[in-house]
Design a protein around this ligand. Structure first.
Ligand SMILES: N[C@@H](CCC(=O)N[C@@H](CS)C(=O)NCC(=O)O)C(=O)O
Length: 213
């Protein structure tokens, strides 16, 4: 398999964690999101993803975009270790938590949204930062409440799931933008636990070949 991604992309980070948890060997093909206006916007990359977003997974002649679809595909082709519980209610809870991060938070703090704010709407850099801090705090406040109901060492009990895979990259992003997460102790404790696991260590942005580029 080939994963087209970017070291600091949270959606790419999710898929890297899933590949690592499942122990699937893959080749990493960096797509620089900033250099020369962004390689994701080139005609060559749009052949892989017309939306001009990373990640893309290539498995033989099969191409797939959308990190959650990619992770569900990996789950189907290699079911163990499972990232989505078999129990219907537990599975739905895992997906709910994953979507809090992947559907409600990440899209509104994505690069192209931030670029539109500052470029087209001429929002200042400090207002852009306020935007990020605001939406991270709103989303994490609700997420922290949910964790009280479901969490153990991981988001749902003590087993790594899709919810954890979606949480860690958003914590990384929040910290990168200097958001104070001290009001979310469960989020921080779970993030600390996960960051110590080998699959999460290997998937870290700084461990990627394109880090710091
Ligand atoms: N829902 C998509 C989101 C993909 C996405 O937003 N990727 C970002 C990086 S995390 C991207 O490629 N941004 C490039 C841009 O905004 O131009 C997924 O989960 O794969």
């Amino acid at each position: 398999m080939i994963l087209h991604g970017y070291w600091r992309s949270s959606a790419s980070y999710r898929t890297r964690i899933a590949l690592q948890v499942k122990g699937i060997d893959y080749e990493y093909a960096p797509v620089h999101l900033v250099k020369d206006g962004g390689e994701q916007k080139t005609a060559a990359y749009r052949q892989l993803n017309p939306a001009g977003l990373v990640p893309t997974l290539v498995d033989g002649d099969f191409r797939l975009n959308q990190s959650l679809a990619i992770i569900e595909y990996l789950e189907s082709v290699q079911p163990e270790p499972a990232l989505i519980p078999k129990d219907p209610k537990q599975a739905a809870i895992v997906r709910m938590l994953a979507l809090d991060m992947a559907a409600d938070l990440q899209p509104i703090t994505n690069l192209r949204v931030l670029q539109y704010l500052t470029g087209t709407l001429e929002v200042s850099d400090s207002e852009r930062l306020d935007w990020i801090h605001h939406w991270v705090k709103v989303t994490f406040a609700a997420f922290e409440q949910r964790l009280h109901a479901y969490a153990g060492r991981c988001c749902v009990g003590d087993t790594v799931s899709l919810a954890d895979i979606c949480l860690v990259p958003q914590v990384y992003n929040a910290q990168r933008f200097g958001v104070d997460l001290s009001s979310f102790p469960k989020v921080l404790a779970i993030n600390d636990h996960l960051q110590g696991l080998p699959a999460f260590v290997a998937a870290r942005p700084e461990a990627q070949p394109d880090a710091d580029s």
